[in-house]
Ligand binder design. Structure first.
Ligand code: AMP
Length: 218
């Protein structure tokens, strides 16, 4: 059995055409079903639906052979993992966005940086945020949040946020502006190293088909 871990929403939707290229059709729409294990047209391939941040853990621990998650999730996972527990063979080029620093549109970020002010930064991405500000030589106080980061500067919880930005509409709707571009992000296919070794005959053709489809759509 080959188990693929996906999260609902953008990752699931944008991964479908890629696995279709490998001859895999899921048998159910996760938005319409509450099932967490979804079958496919292939008797030995199934999809498990997990939280985006749990995908690396499922794959690393062997709960799934393969998974798709954002580079952001992968970097945060790696920062907490004790060893290199995942193969990351393919940049899928989907779920593209960027990790950015944003502030209220009336906050003078450039001047705060020049003055060496100690900023309060709210984020879910504490490891990437810490590395980014450390590399800039800035001292920041990180505030870990799990969602709705945009709210933090609006109510004075933080001076800035580090969050994913795609269209920029969420920032705009909350009168926030991007002041630093930290990193481009896209979704990655990750593989359990033991699965790759033990199920090479099954997994390798799947990886090749997905990779070919990704190359064709670039
Ligand atoms: P947008 O308004 O299109 O810039 O989207 C921003 C919101 O969507 C923020 O709350 C982000 O955390 C979230 N977001 C944007 N792109 C992604 C992505 N690729 N993966 C997960 N969350 C995202």
């Amino acid at each position: 059995m080959i188990t693929l871990a996906l999260s609902k929403g953008r990752i699931f939707e944008e991964t479908l055409p890629l696995i279709q290229a490998a001859g895999i059709e899921v048998s159910e729409d996760p938005e319409k079903s509450r099932k967490l294990i979804i079958g496919t047209n292939l008797a030995d391939v199934r999809v498990v639906l997990v939280r985006a941040t749990d995908v690396p853990t499922y794959v690393a621990q062997g709960g799934a052979d393969l998974g798709v998650c954002g580079l952001d999730t992968l970097i945060e996972h790696r920062a907490e993992a004790t060893s290199e527990d995942l193969f990351q063979p393919v940049d899928l080029g989907i779920a593209r966005c960027r990790l950015s620093v944003a502030v209220r549109d009336d906050f003078d970020y450039a001047s705060a940086v020049r003055r060496g002010a100690r900023l309060k930064v709210a984020t879910k991405y504490t490891h990437m945020a810490r590395s980014f500000f450390a590399a800039k030589g800035m001292h920041v106080d990180l505030i870990k949040l799990y969602g709705s980061m945009e709210l933090a500067p609006l109510i004075g919880l933080a001076d800035a946020i580090v969050d994913l930005v795609s269209t920029g509409n969420t920032l705009k709707a909350n009168r926030l502006v991007e002041v630093e571009h930290i990193q481009d992000i896209s979704a990655r296919l990750v593989v359990n190293p033991a699965s790759l070794k033990m199920k090479t005959d099954r997994i390798k053709p799947l990886l090749d088909a997905i990779q070919a489809k990704v190359r064709a759509s670039v």
